[in-house]
Design a protein around this ligand. Structure first.
Ligand code: NAI
Ligand code: MG
Length: 495
């Protein structure tokens, strides 16, 4: 294997520093500028990211455009085989990628980063197997005319990814885009440029040069030019609502399709007949406390029947208190850090707002004692009770380890509270009654509804929200066909 896994993330960070990957090679940005990549657990600089701009975008898009013709002309199954092969090679790098993403993002290795690295590989294997599904239909239009449809690649895809789950969110864009015959230019997030660069480097062992390229840089100076480039024919974006709007407007100018996966404020409804142990475990998993709550699907609004409310809160507090905060690379650590100072201040600001708004604050777990971590961006998990449903902490996305618990009396009241949100990404309901489960799944306004469980993104389950949570689906066959191909109608006159 040309790239042996490197299990020392510090040396890997140094090796990758200051580069984009264009046309199969690590290259420095044209302007030679870089910015620091920081380990949020220590505040120390671990490497450099290329500070790419419109010049680098122009080079990468040009290369991707040239590579696209040959790539699209290969048999679909051959593309699929290569993408699946990327997944198998990436699987052998799971530990390496897990460690590097833990170092640059602060996400705990055992509970988060290693898991993400293995899901990344699985997504490439999954989409690689779907190549033969890029089929069309025959249409009974006229007996003298053979009428059919085909699925065509859109061209160069721009993929803009965030820092919270950079590997998985890159995979659900890149894998289907490539299988469908497109080439891709990825723009990584400012805080997590290195692990995704490493993924693209590893994939160069298998893919033809120019098919997959990755740039790092800041949103407005590197992401903006990528969206605006005339040869980028589709943009897939995950991030904030505000930036999603900017991307959508720029795409509208060019009249190109976009997929937007934005924020959330997802409800979980706990009925009076729920299995309480399962619901509490589901609340902890769903709230992603081990990821410092940095998840768009976080179950940050917990609506609990008044009969179970106090017991639910008590058990939740007890359980969260057992979670250990510490060095993300340490196997004993359950909870790592917040990604950067700006997000840290934002989350702490919301905790202050919650107190000022009159909610009852329960601050849990404990900060790490280790002196090396004294500048680390650790926030203790917070559960707010007695929350006014119109309070800011109840309505706005916090993107931190902050959950609001509400009390309800009737099922109807719970559904109304759950749907009273600007967002509509995910929802769960916890009940042992079949009718309640069925009615809830029908009436909850969200793109992903689950009963008695809280799974994350899975291969072939369409993922994506409604309302301010975004547009379009990802991770499934449907997402590949709808978002990374266009349908061509063909008529052959046989007269
Ligand atoms: P962001 O939306 O600004 O960043 C996401 C990506 O978009 C990054 O790669 C960034 O460089 C890029 N970007 C920024 N401005 C751009 C522009 N003008 N044109 C093109 N690309 C641009 O989000 P940020 O600042 O990292 O986080 C802010 C908030 O966004 C969080 O507090 C959270 O509420 C939400 N968020 C939601 C995520 C999700 O999974 N839906 C992921 C990350 C953040
Ligand atoms: Mg960082």
């Amino acid at each position: 294997m040309p790239f042996e896994p490197n299990l020392d993330p510090m040396s890997l960070a140094t090796e990758l520093s200051g580069h984009h990957l264009i046309d199969g090679k690590l290259v420095a940005p044209k302007n030679s500028k870089t910015f620091d990549v920081i380990n949020p657990a220590t505040g120390k600089v671990i490497g450099q990211a290329a500070d790419g701009d419109a010049d680098d975008v122009a080079i990468a898009v040009d290369i991707a455009k040239k590579a696209q013709k040959d790539w699209a002309e290969r048999p679909a199954r051959e593309r699929g085989k290569l993408v699946a092969e990327c997944g198998r090679v990436l699987m052998a790098h799971t530990e390496e990628l897990g460690r590097l993403v833990a170092l640059e993002s602060g996400k705990a290795l055992r509970t988060e980063s290693r898991v993400e690295a293995s899901v990344l590989a699985d997504m490439f294997v999954f989409f690689g197997g779907l190549a033969s599904e890029l089929k069309g239909e025959t249409v009974p239009f006229n007996p003298n005319m053979m009428t059919l449809t085909t699925r065509e690649a859109v061209g160069v895809v721009g993929a803009i990814i965030p820092w919270n789950v950079p590997l998985l969110l890159m995979a659900i864009k890149v894998a289907p885009a490539l299988v469908a015959g497109n080439t891709v230019v990825v723009k990584s997030a400012e805080d997590t440029p290195l692990t995704v660069l490493r993924v693209c480097q590893i994939m160069q062992e298998i893919l033809p040069a120019g098919v997959l390229n990755i740039l790092s840089g800041f949103g407005p100076s590197c992401g903006g030019p990528l969206v605006e480039h005339k040869d980028v024919k589709k943009v897939s974006f995950t991030g904030s609502v505000e930036t999603g709007r900017t991307v959508y407007k720029a795409a509208a100018e060019k009249l190109i399709p976009v997929t937007l996966e934005l924020g959330g404020k997802s409800p979980m409804i706990v009925m009076d007949d729920a299995d309480l142990d399962k619901a509490v475990a589901g609340a902890i998993g769903g709230m992603r406390f081990t990821r410092q709550g940095q998840s768009c699907t976080a179950s940050s609004r917990m609506l609990v029947h008044e009969k179970l409310h106090d017991e639910f809160v008590k058990r939740l507090i007890d359980k969260v208190n057992t979670l250990k905060m510490g060095n993300p690379l340490d196997e004993e650590t359950d909870i790592g850090t917040i990604i950067n100072r700006k997000q840290f201040d934002k989350v702490c600001g919301y905790i202050d707002i919650g107190e000022k708004e009159g909610a009852t604050k329960h601050e849990l777990s404990a900060l790490p004692a280790d002196a090396e971590l004294s500048d680390g961006l650790f926030v203790r998990p917070v559960i707010f009770t007695n929350v006014d449903p119109n309070a800011r902490i109840a309505r706005e996305e916090i993107f931190g380890p902050v959950a609001c618990v509400f009390k309800f009396k009737t099922f109807e009241e719970a559904l109304e509270l759950a749907n009273d949100s600007d967002f509509g990404l995910a929802a769960t309901v916890w009940t042992t009654d079949l009718k309640t489960a069925l009615v809830a799944t029908k009436r909850l306004e969200a793109g992903f509804v689950q009963v008695n469980q809280n799974l994350v993104v899975q291969p072939n389950l369409s993922y994506g929200g409604i309302k301010l949570s975004g547009l379009g689906k990802e991770a499934s066959l449907e997402s590949m066909l709808e978002h990374f191909t266009y349908k061509k109608t063909v008529i052959l006159n046989m007269e």
